[in-house]
Design a protein around this ligand. Structure first.
Ligand code: ADQ
Length: 599
């Protein structure tokens, strides 16, 4: 991963970005205030000046990204649909994930249908809709059983049905063993450098195998042909690709691993390392977020399985079958302006009673020990301790969605975060100043959108993260090209967003210094950084993620079809007296090798 530490001194990128504005900026600073924090009036004036000067530079006050000419290579929903129409028309596409895209719950007003927030559903829905495929997932809603047909299926989306959701039922013991146990107490800490010990119980492993087999059965039942395209999601299903392959040898199987993949020493801790690698290599394509995870994965294969690895094209030949190992950095839907116009939530500043001119730091994430929440709260406390002039003028709003509350380490984390927050408020709060609001709840999209847009600083302090979509969501919301992103250098997102202030969340003093630097960052520098990040998130959006993954799947499928035809031809030729079987087998091997190295 790229390493870029920032503190209050200007780093080279900072200098390069700020240079064109330096003269104007210094004049503005002297004019506005000699102190450290911009005064309320100063901030308004400063903002106004920047807006005016930006408008002057942009005829008609056009939004920043109108300066970015649309690139014909950019991905959007239309291009993804075209790809699906051209490459996958009539294909039998099956998506498998633990979490379902629509959850039915019983409430006082009857049954409600909700779409869980998060990147996974946004990424895969267009594929499911576009292909009219089937999505197989765990039926977790309290009214899920009441809404399915005799085959445990329901057509979704409810207002415009275009694909089938097939629900798989789990007993409470299975859910505990497979999901909370093996997946979340075993694989999750194994794959994240957060120094939480993975727990592997034999019982959990048995449930994990049973549930993977149950999903494999559902895939077989839902497949309309003997060669479906199956898209498997994440660490809940590491055994599934092999199980599908055994029953549907002609399927095209793509598995995407959303979380980090650890190095070989760490992975070797897992008592079931061999079965997991063998399971994943049932896939034609295994996708990771960033190159480091792919390197780690291939190293694990190298140390564990009898296989042939082609380091030039990242493919693994194992058990006579080739798997491609690819990287597809996941992303978000680039915001739809019409949807934004409809936002009606109260402003976050109003909701928090933040005084005009005071600064707002925000952080959003699941309540998970990998997200670095206590570490960051500690840095915030240090910021106020070391800079008393910030008291009364800087607020932190942390929206942390409770998660996996059945697992003891998550409950402890939740309690710790509430205690630390209370201690900070007790120490620095006054009658009219509450430094920290720790909201342990799930916020709706409008609220998050507001929060991102009103923040001066957004902090993503993950100890380790596959990608982190919050960082990209913040950038996407900042049409004003302002706001500072502080991003852990251990989140996959830092590779695409090097203009963020990169931090090591284990290094408390640097984290505190970076917070200060962010609060003090001049607007022109904020804009220069944000503009570049917005261009990245705009062009590398979720449609690109899905599009690249499907393009590769279509390519592999076409190649496999050719190889199968080649295989039939070989059988016919082998029966022919004109050539010897050894000659034919040699030719086929050469052909296969040539195709592999070219892919
Ligand atoms: P997560 O660990 O869940 O996902 P992340 O990428 O941050 O992490 O996505 C979380 C999503 O939930 C975001 O869309 C965010 O807005 C939303 N969210 C978080 N807290 C919320 C809150 N309090 N209220 C409302 N919404 C909230 C895993 C991996 C990541 C990887 C994703 C996608 O751990 O590294 O980026 O999958 O591949």
């Amino acid at each position: 991963m790229s390493v870029q530490d920032n503190n209050s001194d200007l780093d080279p990128l900072q200098s390069a970005l700020i240079d064109p504005h330096r003269g104007r900026l210094n004049r503005l600073r002297t004019f506005l205030h000699p102190g450290k924090l911009t005064s309320a009036a100063g901030r308004v004036l400063s903002d106004a000046k920047t807006v005016i000067s930006d408008r002057l530079n942009r005829p008609n006050g056009a939004a920043a990204e109108s300066n970015m000419p649309p690139n014909p290579n950019d991905w959007d929903l239309a291009r993804l649909r075209t790809l699906i129409g051209q490459e996958l028309a009539g294909s039998d596409v099956i998506i498998v994930s633990n979490r379902e895209p629509y959850v039915h719950s019983a409430g006082p007003d009857g049954i409600r249908c909700a779409m869980p927030a998060g990147g996974l559903v946004s990424a895969l829905e267009p594929i499911a809709r576009g292909c009219g495929g089937t999505w197989i997932a765990h039926g977790s809603g309290s009214a899920d059983r009441e809404t399915v047909d005799d085959h445990d299926r329901i057509q979704v989306p409810p207002n415009n049905p275009s694909y089938a959701l097939r629900r798989v039922w789990l007993t409470p013991e299975e859910e505990k063993g497979y999901y909370l146990g093996f997946a979340n107490e075993g694989l999750w800490p194994l794959c994240h450098n957060a120094f939480v010990r993975p727990i592997f119980r034999e019982d959990d492993w048995n449930h994990y195998k049973t549930v993977n087999a149950r999903f494999a059965e559902a895939v077989i039942e839902e497949a309309r042909t003997d060669a479906p395209i199956v898209i498997v999601q994440d660490y809940h299903f590491s055994l599934l690709p092999r199980m599908i392959r055994e029953r549907l040898p002609n399927a095209t199987i793509v598995t995407f691993w959303h979380i980090p993949w650890p190095n070989a020493e760490v992975f070797g801790i897992c008592p079931h390392a061999t079965e997991i690698l063998d399971g994943l290599l049932g896939s034609d394509i295994i996708g990771f977020q960033v190159p480091l995870f792919r390197i780690n994965f291939v190293e694990c294969i190298d140390r564990t399985l009898e296989s042939r690895i082609n380091h030039e094209n990242w493919s693994v030949r194992y058990g006579g079958k080739i798997s491609q190992v690819r990287t597809y950095p996941i992303s978000i839907v680039w915001p739809d302006r019409s949807a934004q116009a409809a936002i009606s939530a109260p402003t976050a500043r109003e909701a928090l009673a933040i005084k005009p001119g005071a600064k707002l730091i925000v952080a959003v994430g699941r309540l998970d020990y990998t997200k670095g929440i206590p570490e960051f709260l500690q840095a915030f406390e240090d910021l106020l301790t070391q800079n008393p002039e910030y008291c009364g003028k800087v607020h932190l709003y942390y929206v942390a969605a409770p998660s996996r509350g059945e697992v003891a380490s998550y409950r402890t984390l939740h309690k710790d975060c509430l205690q630390i927050s209370q201690a900070i408020n007790d120490r620095f709060g006054t009658e009219d100043y509450k430094p920290l609001l720790f909201a342990d709840r799930h916020a709706n999209r409008d609220e998050l959108s507001r929060l991102y847009r009103e923040a001066d600083v957004c902090v993503v302090p993950s100890l380790h993260d596959g990608m982190n979509l919050v960082a990209k969501e913040f950038v996407a919301e900042r049409e004003d090209e302002q706001g500072v992103l502080i991003l852990s250098r251990f989140a996959g997102a830092i590779q695409e967003l090097p203009e963020a202030l990169a931090v090591n969340p284990f290094d408390l003093s640097k984290l505190t210094a970076t917070l200060r630097a962010a609060l003090e960052m001049p607007l022109p520098e904020q804009t220069a950084r944000m503009r570049r990040m917005r261009e990245t998130v705009r062009s590398k959006n979720i449609y690109r993620w899905a599009g690249r993954l499907l393009e590769d799947a279509a390519h592999v499928r076409a190649r496999n079809q050719l190889l199968r035809r080649g295989g039939h031809a070989q059988d016919r030729l082998a029966r022919s007296p004109l050539r010897s079987p050894s000659e034919i087998s040699l030719r086929t091997t050469r052909k296969n090798d040539a195709e592999t190295s070219g892919s």
